[in-house]
Write a protein that binds this ligand. Structure first.
Ligand code: BGC
Length: 784
């Protein structure tokens, strides 16, 4: 009898054990069925702040990768592991040092998103991003919180450097390449910030009020391309609202458009910070709350129990999370090495950065330097160069190769007096104040790591410049700018140059030119700056951007001619800030100390002596009216013939290219454009070719032309040619008709413009669209 009882008991225990499935990729529904309500609610609420650094706040979560932004939580009984989510767009952001551990965990500082877009080369971006993906995997993270892909609506947005372009097609295709590169390494991405996060001021509460057509054609289009082309594992919803509703709680955005229309089958997580509407977010299709707080779990449990949240919504989200988890390296028990090949990645970064740098001016072939040995190198950021932006877009990189170091390594002899002056200024600034926390590569224990910051530029007396002329063959002036999340840039002294910078450029140019010597300005900046008022002064201008940890070597490679710059502008450089239509509705003036709310902006601006374009509709910026609609970037400047300083797509090379006559073949699916490009100059180089399409009259009113394809040649030797072939689908030609709520491609004769920039069209062709085509969309996210 006792034996029988034991057998029965043992069988019951076995049964109970088998009734507890362990997660695998084929039993997700079974695991879901075995989960309690508490477990489901725990899983959809992730763990963020607690896992960022040693000293976890939440006992249930372990610190798997110190410095990572967050994790999903483990449910051990069901074999669900904790997985790691970590920033960001310019490389993995984790703590570089760990307590009682002699090893270091530095990650490569890659070129920022804008540089990637300026390569106009999806293949190169995909290759480079494989290296970033390897670091994600080898340091034990499962998802990289990137790419950042909001449109450059306005150059003052503090996070533009993380983003790609003012154009949704370029942004979408480069994002897709980014995603493919990372995900080829067996780890995922979280494409962000979905969507309409085009400013940082009041980012947690700002309501983006966007007309339907611009919302579809511009601000969602790049996400649509990335989702359809590259299938990101996850997306991150943004902080802000869209037309009155938080994106995190928008069923229209996260389910109707994203899943029902675009076919997204991955996971959506919130951006980092709890919102009031946890339950609404679950219902909307926001699968994972990050960083996750215990009170959110309670809210979900209560809502299911009191019938305000349908358990089917919760189950759907849990299923999406489980589907994600089974794909991760952590689930597979991957033994990561903590030893990615940082040296090989640095070499890649050094090279690709030069392909995203844009040569804006090069009179008399000033660059590459020929016969120049002694160089007067001016500008603080020559000695303290900026590799990338601040905030979650920063990377704790092993080093930053300063421009001064790169130049010296390349064999230039830098003027010692000037070098001494700037180094002293740098030390003084470091010692003085908060800038100490901006030291390159330094992480702030567990919190956001600050990037390489900008210190005030030093005023250099004219006599110092004058005395240097005789000692040097040429001068280089470096101008620096940095920005980061949580704040936007200002016009004066940020978009516009400061008085000290203007004076420096003017004095150096005047005095060196008097002696027949050349001057080059290098812009080590994260975003567009004003150039029209001073660009006539130097002989050459190199827009180096913030191109990653090898900044100095990459710049030196271009200055010596070891590399031929092949980047083109992914955004327009206007003549003045106020030329940009969105400047009428961008909160560009901020009194210090009261940045996100309150303040009588117009009155304060008037008191400071500058003019607001139009009376501001709101005082405290709790909404932003995207009144300019489609008039963003070249769509506005080109269509309305408004002069710019440098147009979209512009960039010089050390060689010249001749374009053949383009041909266009139309088929049922769209068109195929071919063009041959020949290197007609004296050195090897790559050319980024752009295909713009101008629609026939009769359909919807459209911008004069829109970018619909781009491609870059391989490195062509002098005399060598290559035929580039690019496809544009009929759907890609469509515009959004908000009356019919459909994408429409009108019938008629289209003009195809093949160019080196939007203003430098080298050849045209036409094709006929016999019948109009249309694709029905959902009626969603309508303005209130
Ligand atoms: C940023 C995100 C980032 C997250 C985690 C947020 O403040 O907006 O881009 O991924 O923090 O660090």
């Amino acid at each position: 009898m006792k034996k029988l009882l034991t057998i029965i008991l043992l069988s019951a225990i076995t049964l109970a054990a088998t009734a507890q499935p362990k997660l695998n990729k084929d039993n997700i529904d079974e695991v879901l069925a075995a989960m309690t309500l508490e477990e489901k609610a725990t899983l959809v609420v992730g763990s963020g702040w607690g896992s960022m650094a040693a000293g976890s706040m939440t006992a249930a979560t372990k610190v798997l990768v110190p410095g990572a932004a967050g994790t999903t939580v483990a449910i051990e009984r069901l074999g669900i592991p904790q997985t790691v989510l970590s920033d960001g767009p310019a490389g993995l952001r984790i703590d570089p040092r760990r307590k009682d551990d002699p090893n270091t965990y530095f990650c490569t500082g890659f070129p920022v998103g804008t540089v990637l877009a300026c390569t106009f080369d999806a293949q190169t971006v995909e290759e480079l991003l494989k290296a970033m993906g390897e670091e994600v995997r080898e340091y034990g993270a499962d998802v990289l919180l990137a790419p950042g892909m909001n449109l450059h609506r306005n150059p003052l947005c503090g996070r533009n450097f993380e983003y790609f372009s003012e154009d949704p097609f370029l942004s979408g295709k480069i994002s897709a390449a980014f995603i493919r590169g990372i995900q080829s390494q067996g780890v995922g991405v979280s494409a962000k910030h979905f969507a309409f996060n085009n400013q940082e001021i009041n980012r947690m509460a700002n309501d983006a009020r966007i007309p339907q057509r611009a919302l579809r054609e511009l601000y969602l289009k790049n996400f649509e391309i990335a989702v359809r082309d590259a299938k990101p594992w996850t997306l991150m919803s943004s902080y802000n609202k869209i037309n009155g509703e938080f994106t995190q709680q928008s069923h229209d955005l996260l389910t109707t458009i994203l899943r029902d229309e675009w076919g997204f089958d991955g996971m959506v997580m919130t951006d980092w910070g709890a919102k009031d509407g946890t339950v609404a977010a679950v219902h909307a299709g926001n699968d994972l709350m990050e960083p996750g707080m215990p009170f959110e779990t309670q809210r979900i449990i209560e809502a299911v129990n009191n019938g305000t949240l349908d358990i089917a919504d919760l189950d759907r989200n849990v299923r999406n999370i489980l589907n994600y988890i089974v794909k991760t390296p952590r689930f597979a028990g991957y033994k990561y090495s903590n030893k990615p090949d940082l040296e090989a990645h640095a070499a890649l970064v050094r090279k690709v950065a030069t392909e995203g740098m844009v040569l804006l001016k090069n009179d008399d072939n000033t660059l590459p330097f020929d016969g120049v040995k002694n160089v007067a190198l001016f500008g603080l950021n020559a000695y303290k160069s900026i590799a990338g932006g601040t905030g979650s877009g920063n990377v704790n990189k092993p080093y930053i190769r300063h421009i001064s170091e790169g130049m010296q390594e390349a064999g230039f002899k830098l003027d010692e007096n000037i070098e001494r002056l700037y180094k002293a200024w740098r030390e003084y600034q470091n010692a003085e104040d908060v800038n100490a926390s901006f030291l390159p590569g330094q992480a702030l224990g567990g919190g956001l790591s600050l990037g390489d910051g900008v210190m005030p530029e030093m005023a250099v007396r004219k006599v110092v410049v004058q005395n240097s002329v005789v000692r040097n063959d040429a001068a280089v002036v470096v101008i620096g700018r940095n920005a980061g999340e949580g704040d936007d840039r200002t016009i004066d002294g940020d978009f516009d140059l400061t008085a000290a910078e203007r004076e420096l450029i003017t004095n150096v140019c005047n005095l060196y030119h008097q002696a027949g010597k050349k001057v080059v300005v290098v812009l080590n900046v994260g975003g567009a700056v004003e150039t029209a008022s001073w660009k006539n002064l130097p002989d050459a201008i190199l827009l180096a951007w913030t191109p990653g940890q090898e900044v100095g070597n990459s710049v030196a490679d271009i200055i010596t001619g070891k590399a031929n710059p092949s980047g083109k502008l992914s955004m327009t450089f206007p003549v003045t800030y106020l030329d940009i239509p969105s400047s009428a509705n961008f909160p560009y003036y901020k009194p210090k100390g009261n940045r996100n709310n309150g303040g009588d902006w117009a009155a304060m601006a008037a008191a400071m002596g500058f003019k607001m374009p139009e009376p501001q509709p709101v005082k405290d910026y709790d909404y932003t009216d995207y009144a300019e609609g489609l008039n963003v970037g070249y769509r506005y400047f080109n269509t309305n013939n408004v002069a710019v300083s440098y147009p979209f797509g512009f960039g010089l090379s050390y060689t010249t290219f001749e374009y053949g006559k383009p041909t266009v073949k139309a088929d049922a699916d769209g068109i195929t454009v071919s063009v041959s490009v020949k290197n007609t100059g004296k050195v090897a180089g790559k050319e980024a070719v752009q295909v713009y399409v101008a629609a026939p009259a009769g359909g919807l009113e459209k911008p004069a032309c829109e970018l619909k394809a781009f491609a870059k040649t391989r490195e062509l030797q002098p005399g060598e040619s290559q035929v580039l072939t690019m496809k544009v689908t009929s759907y890609e030609l469509a515009s959004f008709n908000d009356d019919t709520c459909a994408w429409e491609t009108a019938a008629g004769t289209y003009k195809v413009l093949v160019g080196a920039s939007v203003e430098d069209i080298r050849g045209t062709a036409t094709f006929k669209q016999a019948k109009p085509m249309s694709w029905k969309a959902h009626s969603a996210l309508l303005s209130k």
